[in-house]
Design a protein around this ligand. Structure first.
Ligand code: AHG
Ligand code: MN
Ligand code: MN
Length: 330
């Protein structure tokens, strides 16, 4: 059995100018993931469920676990000095790490520390999403906003941790999407899903159908298509929606399916965050042979303008994405 640490070192030659810095950075992500795994697993036993009375910059109620996961990842990424700065869904502004070593580091990390956090209280899968870029500001200085506002195609690596019936870490560095299952008795992530290939066609669709009334016409028509019986194309498809992007995406990635979060009047730009959710998920999807768009443009081509920018997200199996887009264009 190969561990995540061994796999990363083995693949280190995939990076030009490999210096071990990215390897060390991923080790920090791994450590924070283990800590969050541990605390989520005993969440019902300690006073860490529910809200903490704080609202984040996006006016969303923060849970205690949102804050805990944020602090854990922040501390782990700062500790070894191989990250120049971070931006997080739970932080209003970017954070420039100030040690001399951090200022000399070449990477920045963007985080959704806890995705689907409202599901924690009811013991349903949640996740952490991360995205890594090479900074564009000069080494040796403090990071700037421009380091974080890069289109998704510039990502050096991206991944997520899913705290589910087992905990898994799935990541890409642009050379395939690979999955590792955590063995809590050994304290290691073991390679369990090497080079994941998303089925080109699936039979699952994932959307918050309670918002049906709000959906653009093209999305409504596509949903009708998904629900219309046609044995030749295995329709009707099955609806599956957890409400944790990581968990919904992970299932569709392995089984074949499509995830949709269109614009709605409460979220006119879409609900999901381009930098912390859409970009890393799009990178992972493409590296597994899938596709991601905002309905008109490839997610990874979008030039971000603000840190907490939102976007519609459609992601999944390529033939399902083609079909959806034919309805959106009508
Ligand atoms: P977060 O917990 O990080 O704020 O993310 C919640 C997101 C995403 O995980 C999920 O897919 C979506 O919100 C669910 O939204 P609805 O409740 O509107 O369906
Ligand atoms: Mn999220
Ligand atoms: Mn979150």
């Amino acid at each position: 059995m190969k561990t995540l640490g061994e796999f990363i070192v083995e693949k280190q030659h995939d990076f030009s100018q490999a210096t071990g810095e990215l390897t060390a950075l991923l080790a920090s992500v791994k450590l924070a993931a283990k800590i969050v795994h541990r605390d989520i697993n005993k969440a019902g036993l300690v006073d860490i469920l529910g809200g903490n009375g704080v609202h984040n910059v996006q006016c969303e109620a923060q849970t205690k676990l949102d804050a805990f996961a944020n602090e854990t990842f922040k501390a782990a990424l700062e500790a070894r000095g191989e990250v120049a700065g971070i931006a997080s869904e739970e932080e209003e502004h970017l954070i420039a790490f100030n040690s001399e070593r951090a200022r000399a580091a070449k990477y920045v990390v963007l985080l959704d520390p806890l995705d689907g956090s409202s599901n924690c209280d009811v013991n349903v899968s949640v996740g952490t999403i991360f995205s890594i870029y090479r900074r564009v500001s000069p080494l040796g200085t403090a990071v700037t906003l421009a380091d974080f506002l890069q289109p998704g195609q510039q990502q050096i690596a991206a991944g997520y941790v899913i705290y589910g019936s087992s905990t898994m870490l799935v990541y890409t560095t642009g050379h395939g999407t690979h999955g590792f299952t955590y063995d809590p008795t050994l304290g290691v992530f073991c390679l369990s899903h090497e080079n994941i290939r998303a089925p080109t066609q699936g039979t699952l669709y994932s959307i918050n159908e309670g918002n049906q009334h709000y959906f653009p016409l093209g999305v409504k028509r596509y949903l009708q298509y998904c629900q219309t019986p046609d044995p030749a194309t295995s329709r009707p498809y099955s609806a599956r929606y957890i409400g944790s992007l990581v968990a919904d995406f992970h299932r569709n990635l392995l089984k074949g399916g499509i995830y949709l979060y269109p614009r709605t009047p409460p979220y006119p730009q879409g609900k999901l965050r381009l930098l912390y959710e859409c970009n890393p998920i799009a990178f992972l999807a493409e590296q597994a042979g899938g596709r991601a768009s905002n309905g008109g443009q490839r997610i990874l081509d979008i030039q971000p303008t603000t840190l907490h920018q939102r976007s519609p997200l459609f992601v999944g199996s390529i033939t399902m994405m083609d079909q959806l887009e034919s309805f959106l264009k009508e």
